[in-house]
Design a protein around this ligand. Structure first.
Ligand code: HEC
Ligand code: HEC
Ligand code: HEC
Ligand code: HEC
Ligand code: HEC
Ligand code: HEC
Ligand code: HEC
Length: 365
C-alpha cells in the first residue's frame, strides 16, 4: 500500500516538516508577490484581462474556473495561452481541473453564483453556497515563492467578524462553512469545535500542547499549528496542495471509515494513520484499551469500531483528548445518565455510557 505522507502540517522544508516556519509565516501577513509580478506572464495585466471594460467589469477571456484553467488546466490549454503570447513557454503548472474532477471536492463547476462584490455567507438577501477559485484566491496576489499562500480574500474571524482580507487560512473557510453549510448549532459546528475555549482540538486555532499525542509520526512541540488543508486535500504528494478535490469522502487526504462496526485495516483508518502511527495506536501507547475497541475481540465475539465512535475530527468543546461519542453507536448508560467521558489522571479516565449493549457505569482505565 502506498503510504500517504506522514504529515502535511505546515510546509515541507528539506526532508522534515517544520511547523514553526508555518507559524512564523502565519503570524506575519504575507505581503509578497502577485500574479502581476510574475516573470512567467508576458503582460502583468494583459495576460489575464482583455480590452477596456466598463467600471467593475473585469473583462476576462473566460469565466470563473475556466478562466484559471487557461493556465492552471491541461497542457493543451497552456499551449494555447503560450501561442496567444499570454504565457511564457516552458512554464510548469499543475492541472487543477483534474483535481476538481475527483469524486469529492469544491463545486467550482456550478456557475453563475459568484459575484465579485458578494459578502458571504449571505448576499443580496439570499444564502448562496458555491465555491469558485476567486472565493479562496486573490487573482492579484500570489504566493511568496513556492511556499505559503497570501490569504488576501474575504473571510470571517473565529468570533464572527467580517474580514476584508483573511490572515489565516481557516478564516477563508469560515466565510462559507458556518450557518448554511455547516451545522452551527451542533457541537460539531466548526466554530464551536475550533473555539479557542474548546477543551481539545486539532491545533488549528489554538496551539498544540506537545503533550497530547505519543502516536504522532512527526512529533509536535508546544505552540505549533495545523491548517484545515493539512487534512482536507488530495493526499497526492505529486499533485497540487490545497482543498480542491479528493478521491476520499469529505475531501480528506486518505480513507476514513466511520462505520460503528468497522473492521480495522491500514486502509480503513488510513487518514488518521497518516499522522498517528498505527503501531502506536494498536499498541495501546496512550489508551490501554485502544486495540480491544478498534479491533474487537474474536474470542469474546465482540466487533471492532471506528475511531469516529469515540473521537471528534475537529475539536471537542467539552471533552479532553478529542472525545466525542458518535450517537449512532453510543447511548446514555442504563440508568439514563448521559454518555460522558473525563480524565482522572495521565492516561487514565472514566466513561459513562452504553455501547453495543455494554454498559459502562463507569468504565475506567
Ligand atoms: C492571473 C490573472 C490576472 C492578472 C495577472 C490580473 N488580473 Fe485583474 N482580475 C482577475 C480576475 C480573475 C478578476 C475577477 C475577480 C473576481 O471575480 O472576484 C480580476 C478583477 C480585476 C478588476 C475588477 C475589480 C477587482 O479588483 O476585482 C480590476 C480593476 C483588475 N482586475 C485590474 C487588474 C490590473 C490593473 C492588473 C495588472 C496590474 C490585473 N488586474 C492583473 C485576474 C487577473
Ligand atoms: C495567464 C496565465 C494564468 C492565469 C489565467 C492564472 N494564473 Fe495563476 N499562475 C500563473 C503562473 C505563471 C503562476 C506561477 C507564477 C510564478 O511562479 O512566478 C501562477 C501561480 C498561481 C498560484 C500560486 C501557485 C504556487 O505554485 O504556489 C495560485 C494559487 C494561482 N496561480 C491561482 C490562480 C487562480 C485562482 C486563477 C484564476 C482566477 C489563476 N491563477 C489564473 C499563471 C496564470
Ligand atoms: C465560497 C464558499 C466556500 C469557501 C470559502 C470554502 N468552502 Fe468548502 N465547501 C463549499 C461548498 C459549496 C461545498 C459543497 C457543499 C455541498 O455540496 O454539500 C464545500 C465542501 C467542502 C468540504 C466537503 C464537505 C463534505 O461534506 O464532503 C470540505 C471538507 C470543505 N468544503 C472544506 C473547506 C476548507 C478547508 C475551506 C477553507 C480553505 C473551505 N472549504 C472554504 C463552499 C466553500
Ligand atoms: C495531518 C496530521 C493529522 C491527522 C491526519 C490526524 N491528526 Fe490527530 N493530531 C495531529 C496533531 C498535530 C495533534 C496535536 C498534538 C499536540 O497537541 O501536541 C493531534 C492530536 C490528536 C489527538 C489528541 C488530542 C488531545 O488533546 O489529547 C487525538 C485523540 C487525535 N489527534 C485523533 C485523531 C484521529 C481520530 C484522526 C483521524 C480522524 C486524526 N487524529 C488525524 C495531527 C493529525
Ligand atoms: C473506545 C473509544 C476509542 C476508540 C474507538 C478510539 N480511541 Fe483514541 N483514545 C481514546 C481515549 C479514551 C483516549 C485518551 C487516552 C488518555 O487517557 O490519554 C484516546 C487517545 C487517542 C490519541 C491521543 C494519544 C495518542 O495515542 O497519540 C490518539 C491520537 C487517538 N486516540 C487516535 C485514535 C485512532 C486513530 C483511532 C481509530 C483507529 C482511535 N483513537 C480509536 C478512545 C478511543
Ligand atoms: C485533523 C484533521 C482535520 C482538520 C485539521 C480539519 N478537518 Fe475537517 N474534517 C476532518 C474529518 C476526518 C472529517 C470527516 C468526519 C467528520 O465529519 O468529523 C471532516 C469533515 C469536515 C467537513 C464536513 C462535515 C462538517 O462538519 O460540516 C467540513 C466542511 C470540514 N471538515 C471543514 C474543515 C475546516 C473548515 C477546517 C479548518 C477550520 C477543518 N475541516 C480542519 C478532518 C479535519
Ligand atoms: C475552498 C478554497 C479553494 C478553492 C475553491 C480553490 N483553492 Fe486553490 N488552494 C486553496 C488553498 C487553501 C491552497 C493552499 C494550501 C496550502 O497552503 O498548502 C490552494 C493552493 C492552490 C495552488 C497552489 C498549489 C501548489 O501546490 O503549488 C494553485 C495553483 C491553486 N490553489 C489554484 C486554484 C484554482 C485554479 C482554483 C479553481 C479552479 C482553486 N485553486 C480553487 C484553496 C482553494
Amino acid at each position: 500500500m502506498s503510504v500517504i505522507r506522514t504529515s502535511r502540517i505546515g510546509q515541507t522544508v528539506g526532508a522534515g516538516v517544520v511547523l514553526a516556519v508555518t507559524v512564523a509565516l502565519l503570524m506575519t501577513p504575507v505581503t509578497g508577490g502577485a500574479h502581476v509580478d510574475s516573470t512567467e506572464l508576458t503582460d502583468p495585466c494583459g495576460s489575464c484581462h482583455v480590452g477596456h471594460g466598463a467600471k467593475g467589469e473585469p473583462m476576462l477571456l473566460k469565466a470563473e474556473e475556466k478562466f484559471c484553467y487557461q493556465c492552471h488546466g491541461s497542457q493543451e490549454e497552456r499551449a494555447e495561452m503560450v501561442a496567444m503570447g499570454k504565457l511564457k513557454p516552458g512554464v510548469e503548472l499543475d492541472d487543477l481541473s483534474a483535481e476538481f474532477n475527483k469524486a469529492y471536492g469544491h463545486p467550482v463547476k456550478r456557475s453563475g453564483e459568484h459575484s465579485p462584490i458578494e459578502i458571504l455567507p449571505d448576499y443580496a438577501g439570499s444564502a448562496v453556497s458555491h465555491a469558485e477559485c476567486v472565493d479562496c484566491h486573490n487573482p492579484h496576489e500570489r504566493v511568496t515563492g513556492k511556499g505559503d499562500m497570501g490569504y488576501k480574500v474575504k473571510g470571517y474571524s473565529l468570533s464572527g467578524q467580517y474580514l476584508e482580507e483573511s490572515v489565516y487560512e481557516y478564516e477563508i473557510c469560515l466565510k462559507c462553512h458556518t450557518d448554511h453549510l455547516g451545522t452551527k448549532t451542533s457541537d460539531r459546528s466548526l466554530v464551536k469545535a475550533f473555539a479557542r475555549s474548546a477543551r481539545s482540538q486539532h491545533p488549528v486555532t489554538a496551539p498544540s500542547t506537545g503533550l497530547g499525542s505519543p502516536s504522532l509520526l512527526d512529533k509536535t512541540t508546544a505552540g505549533q499549528y495545523m491548517k484545515c488543508s493539512d487534512c482536507h486535500w488530495s493526499g497526492n504528494e505529486e499533485g497540487p496542495r490545497g482543498p480542491h478535490g479528493s478521491r476520499h469522502e469529505f475531501l480528506l487526504s486518505g480513507n476514513y471509515s466511520r462505520d460503528p462496526y468497522g473492521t480495522e485495516s491500514p486502509f480503513a483508518y488510513q487518514f488518521c494513520y497518516s499522522c498517528h502511527d498505527r503501531m502506536s495506536i494498536l499498541g495501546n501507547e496512550s489508551f490501554p484499551l485502544h486495540r480491544e475497541h478498534i479491533e474487537g475481540d474474536l474470542a469474546q465475539g465482540t466487533k471492532g469500531t471506528s475511531c469516529y465512535t469515540c473521537h471528534a475530527s475537529h475539536g471537542a468543546p467539552d471533552s479532553p483528548h478529542l472525545i466525542m461519542f458518535n450517537g449512532l453507536a453510543v447511548s446514555p448508560a442504563k440508568s439514563g445518565r448521559p454518555a460522558s467521558y473525563d480524565v482522572t489522571g495521565t492516561q487514565s479516565g472514566t466513561c459513562v455510557l452504553m455501547c453495543h449493549g455494554y454498559n459502562h457505569e463507569p468504565g475506567s482505565y
